[in-house]
Structure formats: C-alpha cells, structure tokens
Design a protein. Sequence first.
Lengths: 205, 205, 205, 205
Amino acid sequence: MRTSRLEAFSDGVLAIIITIMVLELAVPEGHDLSALVHETGVGLLTYLLSFVYVGIYWNNHHHMFHLVQRINGGVLWANLALLFSLSLFPFTTAWVDESRFAQTPVVVYGLNLLAASAAYLVLQKVIISQEGPSSPLHAAIGSDVKGKVSTALYLGGVLCAVLISDSGPWIAVGCFVSAAVLWIVPDRRIDRAVREVSVGDGASR
Amino acid sequence: MRTSRLEAFSDGVLAIIITIMVLELAVPEGHDLSALVHETGVGLLTYLLSFVYVGIYWNNHHHMFHLVQRINGGVLWANLALLFSLSLFPFTTAWVDESRFAQTPVVVYGLNLLAASAAYLVLQKVIISQEGPSSPLHAAIGSDVKGKVSTALYLGGVLCAVLISDSGPWIAVGCFVSAAVLWIVPDRRIDRAVREVSVGDGASR
Amino acid sequence: MRTSRLEAFSDGVLAIIITIMVLELAVPEGHDLSALVHETGVGLLTYLLSFVYVGIYWNNHHHMFHLVQRINGGVLWANLALLFSLSLFPFTTAWVDESRFAQTPVVVYGLNLLAASAAYLVLQKVIISQEGPSSPLHAAIGSDVKGKVSTALYLGGVLCAVLISDSGPWIAVGCFVSAAVLWIVPDRRIDRAVREVSVGDGASR
Amino acid sequence: MRTSRLEAFSDGVLAIIITIMVLELAVPEGHDLSALVHETGVGLLTYLLSFVYVGIYWNNHHHMFHLVQRINGGVLWANLALLFSLSLFPFTTAWVDESRFAQTPVVVYGLNLLAASAAYLVLQKVIISQEGPSSPLHAAIGSDVKGKVSTALYLGGVLCAVLISDSGPWIAVGCFVSAAVLWIVPDRRIDRAVREVSVGDGASR
C-alpha cells in the first residue's frame, strides 16, 4: 500500500482537530473588552497552545511520512492510535480552560501530551520495524534529542502538577509551553546540532 | 470515472465522523478525577469503540478501493449509503453513552453496526457486478470469514440486548467489542488463515 | 489554473456540510423506542433528505468538473457561491425539523434548494462562457431535462407551501423528495433517454 | 519538501472554518418569517461576510502556492499562523452577531481581519526570502495595490469603530464590506491595472 491515502486521511483528521477547538471558545456574554478578557482570554491562550501542538504533530507527521514509501496494516492502526490521542485535545483543552488550570485537568492535559508522544514513538517503531535495517526513517531519526527533552518536560510538568499543590499546575503549563517552543523556534541552531548528531549517528551505524 | 475523488470525499467524510464524536464528550463540571471518571469515563470508552469502528471501515474502504479501477453512478450512491450509515455513529454513540448503556440505545447501536455492515456488502456487490467476472475485488474477497463472524456478532448482540433484560446490553457490548477486536488484533494468525482460505477459494473458482 | 485544488476544497466543504448535519440530531431524553421515534424520527428523515441532496450536488459537481480542464477567477467565485448556498442546508434542515414541517421553514428549505440549483446553473454558465464554443461541458449538458424538472418541482413545492394552508408543506416535501428520487433512482431508463436527447442535441448543434 | 500536503492540509482547515460558522447560526424559535429575520437575519449577513473573507483567503492562498515549488519549516509555521488567525473568524463572527454589531466586537473583528492580513504578508515574505531573488512569487506580487488598500480599510474601520461612538461600528462594517468587494468584483478593470503595474514592476526590476 502507498502512503498517499493515509496522509490524506490524517491531514483531514488533524485539520478537523485543530479547527473544532475554536468551537469550544465561549462567546462572551458582555460586549466590552473586559468581558472578552475574563470570559475568553484563558480559553484563547489554551486554544493557541493546543493549536501549536497539533501543528507540531502535523509537521512531524508530514516529515516522517516523507521518508516512508509503503505501509502495512500495523502502520494504519498505529497511525489511528496517534490520531485518537490527538483527537482528545479538544476535550482536555476545554477542561483545562473551563477549570482555569485546576490541578487534575492540567495533569490530564499533560497525560494527553504524553499519550500522543508515546503513540508517535510507537508509530515510528512500527514503520521502522516494517522497513527493516535499510529504513531511511531509521537513519534520519538519529538520537532524537528533541523528542527526549519534550517527553521529559511533559513528565516533569505532570509530576509538578501532582506534587506541588499551589503553583504546580502553572509550572506544568510552563513545561508544556517550553516543549512547544522547543519544536517551533529553533529551526536554526538546535536543528543544525540535531542534524549533525543525526548525521554522526547515521555514519556510525 | 476514476476513484480518486470518491476516495478523497470518503476520506473527508470519515475524518469528520471520527473526529466530531469528541465534541459529544461532556466536559466534567467538577475538576477532580472522580468527576472525570463519573461524567466522562463511559463516554470516553464509547468514543473509543466508535473511533475504532470508523477506523476499521476506513481501513477496509481503503483496501477495497485499492483494487478498484473505475466506478459508475451506482458505486457513487452505494458509497454514499455507506457514508450515511457511518455518519449516524456520532448520534447512536451519544445516545448509548448518555443512557449509560440502556437497552434500546444499545439495540439501536447494534442496528447501526448492522446497517453499516450491510451497506458495505452492498457497495462490494455493486462494484463486483459492475466489473464483471474478471473483477480483482471478487477474487480478493474469498470466503470473507471476518465479515460473516462480525455480522453474526452484531446480530447476536442485538438479540441478547432485546431478549435478556438485565445483562443483555452488556453482553451486546461484549459482542461489539469482540467484533472490533477481530478486525484489529489478528493481523498475523487469522489474516494468514483468511488469506489461505481466500487463495484456496480463488484457485477453486 | 488547474481544477485539482478547487475540487479538493469543494470535496472538503461538501464532506463537512453532509456530516455536521448529524450534530443537529437531538439525542432523545428518554431511553426507549418511542422517545427515539418522537424526538428524533422526523430529524432523521430530514437529515436523510438533506444528506441525499448534498450527495446529489457532490455527484453532479464531480461529473461537471470531470469535463473541465482549466478555470479562472470567475469559476472560483461561482463555485464558492454554490458552496455557500449548500452550506445553509444544515441550518434550513434544522429549522424544518425543529418546527415539524411548519409552513415558513418548508418554504425557506425550498428556497434553499432553488438557490443551490440557481448557483449550480450559474457555475455551469461561467465555465461554459470561459471555455468558449468548443466547451466539452456545453456539448455534454444537452437539454438538461432533469435540471428543468427538478427546478419546476422545487418551485411547485414552494408555491404549494405558500398557497395551500394545511397540507401545503406536505405536498412541498413530496415535491422535494420526488426531485431527489429523480436524481438517484433512474440510472437506467431516464438516463438513457436523457443521454439520447443530449446526443440528439449535441448532433444538431 | 513539496507543497502538495501543505496545500491539502490548508484546504482542509479552510474548508472546516468556512463551514462550521453555519453551526453558530441560531435556529429561530418562532416558525414565521419575522422570527427568521429578527433572530437569524443579522447572523446570516455576518456569516456571508466571513464566508466571503475565508473564500478570499483560500483564493489568494491558492494563487500564491501556485507559484511556489518547495517549502521549508519556516513556511509551514507561517502558514499555520495564517490558519490560526483565520480559525478565529467563527469566534469573532459569532460575537459580532450576538452583540448586534456592538463597538468592541466590531473592533475585535477588524483586528482579526488585520491579523489575518499581517499573517498573509508574513507568509509571503517567508516564502520569498526562502526562494531568493529569482522567486516567481516576488515577481508576481508587484505593488500589491489591493493588499495595501484593504489593509487601510481594515485599519480605518477599526479606528472609526473606536473613535466614533454611535455610527462608528457601522462605518467599520462598511469598510470591511468594501474591502471584501474589492477582492471579488473587479476581476476586470482593477485586475488589469494591477497586472500592468505588476508587469511594469517586474520589468523594471
């Protein structure tokens, strides 16, 4: 099987996930700026964070399947598992927003990030195990510094939110924002470093 | 007519069906774990089941049209009938969830599964009758053990839910979960058996 | 400009229109069959009718652009006008359903059908005027019996609903259902007749 | 990277944005024409305006990527920023509608138009800076009279809504409608003028 229809379906699902979150934004009952800030301000920032995360996954999915030629049934299901975990973002985002960053919703949001991250790794492994040792994806991944750092940030955030009673959820949100920034901003320095490490890895294999 | 645009349209509809079900997940009013479990727990599992079913249909649709070259008006309408029956899943899923697996909603959910299954078979027949005896799809289907077993499970589930008053709906849900598992898990053993049976069938034809 | 991206965008919009209507289906508050019939029965039939209409438009759109090679800005906007009129179906369908086929909502539904029909004709004319006398679409349309009969049915339905006080809306719905049936069922007899007429027309031109 | 998947994803997101706005249209509680006019009339016009704007952006996006061959990570993120700003239209449209064109919501709608316009310009600049001096997009843009006039109209509208207390919001809406008309109607005169200016610009470079 070729990847084109899997990509088209994933694009469709990701496009819907990234867009329907805006339906959760409550239209303010008041008609002035303070109503907007108080009733929708937090929701807007949470929406932005989740939009960026779905964007990151679309971006990575796009890059990953760029290196994949053929797929089997296992890849289809691993891809669906990733889409399922991402499809929960509108729900966890709405809960975090509605609760104004209460402890449990923030922990659940972090677990959602961890689940998506795990599903992505599983998808990667399934593709590589299907392609065998000559897999171009395997060669391209390298040490995956970004993936490891962001998983550590999600885990750290969840632990902070669980253990530290008052400011924990805010530290957690700080971790989640940092992990997102890590994936967007450094298309210069870290990318080059990662690329060099990967090339080194690829060469040493 | 070529199949590309029918596939793109079906991908779009299936992507929307599989994703908008998450909008039915009620955001818990409480902000702790027990609120999540009590208010959304059942909904999450029902969502997962329906997600898997739409995923199975996308998967099978993908495989089926892999073998189809050209289509006529009849195929377009049979495909729309399948999409219609699948588009009812967000509705039947929400009812099952909201009623906490009451008898009638579970029966209706099972009838929805049966309707989708019947629409899929009709689509298959329309394609084969259009392609004639040399149809590659006809040769590939074989005895369709999986299809028959899962239809029996849907039917058995519906009957259990109708006839057995207390535990009937739960036996039905067990049947529906089993049929879903049948389509996902056994990409090794049963697939090989099915393939051998099909090959045998194909050879004996 | 080539037509591929216009087709992909139209497929996306039509896929969403045809699917989000299911979100308007109210989940019954009761958990038995009578609750389903009374609270959702009418909605289900209205949804089916609108689903079929959007399906007809997708079908015709698909056939039309099959004959189109290149497009200009006017075609893009005429296509968007068609998509806009079709995007109102979820709204008019919900109103018809919620009012249980009251007079005004049925008239508005009929006007929506007329608007979509007019937008489709405009799109056709814009394409043909852009392509000039050698347009393959022009040659293929022929006398467009189906289009004329269905426009007459929409118009007749709207007039019945306006003029006849009690049974008018029901006659109108009968007209709308008949027009839909006209587009689905007769892929044998009428199609052949239409085709012969078209061929005759094409030859005499 | 090639542009096909970015275009498909953008098409998906734009198709969803343009369509889900119809879900915000409140179904009238009454069943007569006055209920429709009073409860949905304003909403319908606001929906039409936002539909046209998303249509304009899809149109321009389509034209822009027609001239782009390859993209990098920066283009992906600039494109996502454009999609994010456009994804806020369902929200700002619903607020403008619900408030019946109150001052603050109209200002926020205008800022949304400005944000989308700015994101579009940034996307253009990122593409051109990636492609270097031989960029076909750079040559095609020319003096971008339309872009400048419409930005001035958005800005003027926002200022009017802020400064003029009573009729300000209505002048603003007039500005926003004019800017939309500017992009649709003049596919003859202004287009030719713009084209000549662009050709002149292109030649003088």
